[in-house]
Design a protein around this ligand. Structure first.
Ligand code: PMP
Length: 403
């Protein structure tokens, strides 16, 4: 990988923060945007901004074609069997809520749902709301001190009462890669459906939804070099047909009378109203960009950064890394004994380094470790070892100032 050339694609990496060159290590929250995607957004608003699926005029046709081409790019990227199994959403949260809402018509009192202990709030709260509406029960797969899910305990939770299992592919708070193949296979044995939250996996790997045999897979464009407010829900056709629409409105109907409305075919049944047209097209451009870098290259390079960063940070006395398992994405979540993560984050920001501090929308994980939060440095393929050196120096400085 030509890292210099790649970095030149990201205009924001040229800027300074507090007089220092920006070191952006908050990629797990949102990735940065390459020129190719920014150009795509400018091109849309400069040349063919129009509403889609309804106009006979040229601009509307062009916008519709590009939007549907983006859906096909996403289909091909995730290896979905059919393009109408890809639903455009505003992000991972939206996709999960769509499925949770749909299941409210399919669950009854006494049914059970299983969640992992490693989830982001957006893969917990919608299901708790669903349980409140239906009387279903939520059960939790526990984890160990390394952030690994206890698969024996998972097996014991599964029964014919289990209707749905949901789990993230990679944890945002710790970076741990979950054994989703096994989770899916075991859930299917008891007839339960599985939703995988791929928000943190898709920036690093290329999931194959057919090979995984997953029922639902969700992701956000803004973590994959794309725009905010855009994402996708993959659902197997049979499930998407079974679930009721999430919202009513224009675009999602076949016919409307005051007596009765019939719904449009997939994917439009789940896409009420004018969508984020530019966002969808730019999501396609982001996927093209990431594929041009190549996911094998991305993963190999990020693993190098992870090993380097883990080694360097571990040498700081009193620094503890959480979820330090062997199967991890390029995320280092840590604390220094006796120092609040927020204070470390504030001092390193003064030196131009962006890290995330806090509970990372995963309070149950912080409760498990009995900590208020962590400092999280999350790497992307445009980061460098020199930037990690800058982080290590800054953390040492922060430690000195705060001890
Ligand atoms: N799940 C995980 C694992 C995440 O990391 C995030 C984003 N931090 C989300 C869900 C929610 O994504 P979004 O805010 O894009 O809907």
């Amino acid at each position: 990988m030509d890292i210099k050339k790649i970095r030149a694609d990201f205009p924001i990496l040229q800027r300074k923060v507090n007089g220092y060159p920006l070191v952006y290590f908050d990629n797990a929250a949102t990735s940065q945007t390459p020129r190719q995607v920014i150009d795509c957004i400018v091109d849309y608003y400069s040349n063919y901004n129009a509403n889609i699926h309804r106009g006979v005029h040229t601009l509307s046709q062009e916008a519709t074609d590009k939007y549907e081409q983006a859906r096909q790019k996403i289909q091909s990227h995730f290896n979905a069997k059919r393009s109408h199994e890809i639903i455009f959403t505003s992000g991972t949260t939206h996709g999960i809520n769509m499925v949770a809402n749909g299941f409210s018509t399919l669950l009854k009192l006494g049914d059970e749902l299983i969640v992992s202990a490693l989830e982001h709030h957006s893969n917990i709260v919608p299901w708790q709301m669903l349980c409140e509406r239906t009387g279903a029960k939520l059960k939790v797969i526990p984890m160990d001190e390394e952030g690994m899910l206890l698969m024996d305990a998972y097996e014991k939770l599964l029964s014919e009462k289990t209707k749905l299992v949901f789990c993230n592919h990679i944890s945002n708070a710790l970076g741990v890669v979950n054994p989703i193949e096994e989770i899916i296979e075991k859930a299917h044995k008891v007839g339960a459906a599985v939703l995988i939250d791929g928000a943190q996996a898709c920036p690093h790997i290329k999931p194959d939804v057919q090979q995984l045999d997953v029922d639902f897979y969700v992701a956000s464009a803004h973590k994959m070099c794309g725009p905010t407010g855009m994402g996708m829900l993959y659902g197997k056709e049979e499930w998407l047909k079974k679930l009721p629409p999430y919202q009513g409105g224009g675009e999602m109907i076949a016919e409307v009378t005051f007596e009765k409305t019939t719904y449009a075919e997939l994917p439009h049944k789940f896409e009420a109203g004018t969508p984020n047209i530019c966002g969808g097209i730019a999501f396609g451009a982001a996927i093209d960009y990431m594929n041009s870098v190549g996911f094998e290259n991305i993963l190999a390079y990020e693993n190098e950064l992870l090993a380097y960063g883990t080694d360097k940070l571990s040498q700081i006395l009193g620094l503890k890394i959480y979820g330090n398992s062997s199967k991890k994405a390029a995320v280092i979540s840590f604390n220094i004994e006796g120092i609040h993560p927020y204070d470390i984050g504030t001092i390193v920001d003064k030196l131009g380094i962006a890290v995330r501090t806090g509970h990372h929308c995963a309070q149950p994980i912080m409760d498990f470790f009995k900590i208020p939060g962590t400092v999280r440095a999350s790497f992307a393929f445009y980061n460098t070892k020199e930037e990690i050196d800058a982080l290590v120096d800054a953390v040492k400085k922060a430690k000195m100032m705060l001890s």
